[in-house]
Design a protein around this ligand. Structure first.
Ligand code: AMP
Length: 218
């Protein structure tokens, strides 16, 4: 299955995509994570992306599109993939469609994860990420007071762009550039909407139901 996870920052795309990737055995491709990896290893791409990410702006389309096309051409994507955080603009969506069509592939479904704005901001400010395995935790939900990842022992950190002063810019970019994608994919009859819940497992169950996938325990 070739899937896209849409939704505002903090909606829970990454968490649901990670779980679904494990269940389906297809790669989870997070453009934000690819950028962060490049920033931490100091590549030219990372240096460029950091200038935008630190302000809560989008990285330019041509850079992002080229990066995703390269990733989708890798062998592990042949049997399906989950895009998380891409596309984020109509130009990216059109470029993705064009690229996939040229390869005889297509997007099957787009999952829009929906959460109120107040909850989104609360989730972002309480989010902590493992610097090693990249798993995401929430201070209000998980008992992680010792700042150590329960899964791998890595250090838990706050993303720089989860600081309150950057969040407003990210939300503005979402409303202006990314929200129009909802209508774009409704028009293509690919969109399914899923409410993001307090309990992560409920959100994931909603995603599975919306996609008609049986969970491991069902
Ligand atoms: P995320 O981890 O998805 O929240 O992305 C973190 C940041 O990376 C975003 O706020 C953008 O600055 C940048 N980014 C991620 N994906 C894209 C994209 N598809 N287009 C442009 N910028 C992106």
């Amino acid at each position: 299955m070739n899937l896209i996870f849409l939704g505002a920052p903090g909606a829970g795309k990454g968490t649901a995509a990670t779980k679904l990737s494990g269940l389906l055995g297809i790669p989870h491709i997070s453009t934000g994570e690819i950028f962060r990896n490049n920033i931490s290893t100091g590549t030219e791409l990372g240096k460029l992306a950091e200038q935008y990410i630190s302000k809560g702006s989008l990285v330019p389309d041509d850079v992002t599109i080229g990066m995703v096309k390269a990733r989708l051409s890798e062998a592990d994507c042949a049997g399906g993939f989950i895009l998380d955080g891409f596309p984020r603009t109509l130009k990216q969506a059109a470029a993705l469609d064009e690229y996939l069509e040229s390869e005889g592939r297509k997007i099957d479904r787009v999952v829009d994860i929906v959460l109120s704005e107040a909850k989104l901001v609360e989730r972002l400010t309480n989010r902590r990420i493992c610097a090693v395995c990249k798993l995401s935790y929430n201070l209000k939900v998980h008992d992680i007071n010792d700042s150590v990842c329960p899964a791998c022992g890595g250090a838990l950190i706050m993303r720089d762009d989860d600081k309150e002063e950057v969040i407003a810019a990210r939300m503005a970019a979402y409303h202006k550039d990314t929200e129009p994608l909802i209508d774009y994919y409704v028009g293509k009859r690919k969109l399914v909407r899923v409410n993001s819940e307090e309990v992560v497992s409920d959100t994931f169950a909603n995603v599975l139901a919306a996609l008609g996938i049986k969970g491991a325990d069902q």
